[in-house]
Design a protein around this ligand. Structure first.
Ligand code: ASP
Ligand code: MG
Length: 425
């Protein structure tokens, strides 16, 4: 049976981390594994800055380019003492093609340019890791995900063509003689061979797509945490590691911001009943968390915060009620801008949505609605979601918070809040 492993940016952020990937894979050397790897460290952020400089013609272009290039060549230098190793030329080739791309004027489609440039982070990281594993005696084959993960051309949020993808994956990852394939997370390609990306942090989703396509036995996501915790250790002490989680709980938690797993990851696995392990790359022998079945609920209340939220409140200028007609117009704009709603509420006279703050999309939304509606917004907010809530947990997460909106259902409570410790923007 085939296993799919995923290593995120933090697990390949420098030469030592790459060496650790070899250590994690060692016990599985005789098994069939498809390995999905993200861009190294914070490369995706750096490439986003590079794109910004290119698209908006700022004078940071060269600096951002050199930053990304030097970062990778430092890692290569640390891993490959033989300066004639082919990885040097291979990666230099990627940077040369990036450079010539940047020398031409950008098209007017930001999202398209994004995918052509930002997708290279994964191309580079997998070339380095694949070459390093081969050099260390762990034979593997590098596969270009743009040839197997077939998507439409919704740049930055590309939709998977599942059946075609499955056919392409099976065609290229045959597991006859080869045992280990290395490929990129986060990226795919259209039928016209144009690169696409699946949305930030999309590598987990890539692993799920491969697992689904290959009818894998399981997926393991290797992380710098011991598993899925009941709260974000960045904000809370005394977090508890969950040994087991149902698919349903995992989806709810991931959708509302638990950064351990990308929300789109779970569904394809659930459909084929493929278990998902979240394991530590620091302590690879420890058990981690397994997400499987729908019977085993959470034993403890879990809560997650989504920061940097904005609450947009929309009311009709003519004081008419917010009803079907208005809602249709509002939703039309929201979907045109591909804004994802985290929470919404309507009253007779107004309609509110809570969404991630986006410096491009939110002002555009407001502009498009302003003729017909009065639009107000509050930014710098937090959205907390508590799954299997109890009063004690609600009290714990609302200390020093002003609650602007609250929604309760049987298993989940969500609150949009302002942190009273923070000064207003
Ligand atoms: N490198 C991409 C990102 O940072 C994808 C991923 O890491 O999952 O968003
Ligand atoms: Mg990442």
């Amino acid at each position: 049976m085939i296993k799919v492993f995923k290593f995120g940016g933090a697990s390949v952020k420098d030469a030592d981390s790459v060496k650790n990937v070899l250590r994690v894979l060692e016990p599985y050397r005789d098994e069939k594994i498809a390995v999905v790897i993200s861009a190294m460290g914070k490369t995706t952020n750096a490439l986003e800055r590079l794109l910004h400089a290119y698209f908006y013609h700022t004078d940071m272009l060269e600096e951002e380019f050199n930053f990304v290039r030097d970062y990778h060549f430092k890692i290569i230098g640390d891993l490959f003492p033989d300066k004639n190793h082919e990885v040097y030329g291979d990666v230099a080739g990627v940077f040369a093609s990036l450079k010539s791309w940047l020398e031409n004027a950008p098209s007017d489609n930001y999202d398209y340019e994004y995918d052509q440039i930002v997708s290279l982070g994964e191309i580079i990281s997998t070339k380095i890791v694949s070459a390093y594993l081969n050099m260390s005696g762990m034979e593997n084959l590098w596969v270009d995900a743009r040839n197997i993960i077939r998507t439409d051309n919704t740049y930055r949020d590309a939709k998977i063509e599942w059946d075609k993808t499955s056919e392409l994956v099976k065609g290229l990852m045959k597991f006859h003689r080869e045992k280990i394939y290395i490929t990129q997370g986060f990226i795919g390609g259209t039928s016209e061979n144009i690169s696409t990306t699946l949305g930030r942090e999309g590598s987990d989703f890539s692993a799920a797509i491969l697992a689904w396509s290959l009818d894998a036995e399981k997926v393991a996501i290797w992380k710098d945490v011991p598993g899925v915790l009941n709260a974000d250790p960045k904000y809370f002490d005394n977090t508890i590691k969950l040994d087991q989680l149902s698919y349903h709980d995992a989806i709810e938690l991931a959708y509302y911001g638990a950064s351990v797993i990308h929300p789109k990851t779970i569904k394809p696995l659930q459909n084929k009943k493929i278990p998902l392990w979240v394991k530590s790359f620091v302590e690879p022998k420890e058990k981690g968390t397994v997400i499987q079945s729908d019977r085993d609920g959470l034993v403890v209340p879990s809560f997650i915060f989504k920061m940097n939220q904005v609450l947009v409140t929309i009311a009709a200028r003519d004081f008419s009620f917010i009803a079907e007609q208005n809602l249709r117009d509002i939703f039309h704009e929201i979907s045109k801008l591909r804004i994802k709603i985290n929470l919404m509420e309507n009253t007779a006279l107004s309609f509110s949505i809570c969404t991630d703050w986006d410096e491009r999309k939110i002002p555009e939304l407001i502009k498009s609605l302003e003729d017909e509606f009065m639009v107000k917004y509050n930014r710098g907010l937090e959205l907390v979601t508590i799954r299997h809530y109890d009063q004690q947990t609600i009290d714990r997460v609302t200390v020093n918070k002003d609650i602007l909106l609250e929604e309760k259902s049987r298993y989940t409570v969500q609150m949009v809040m302002r942190d009273l410790n923070c000064v207003d923007e």
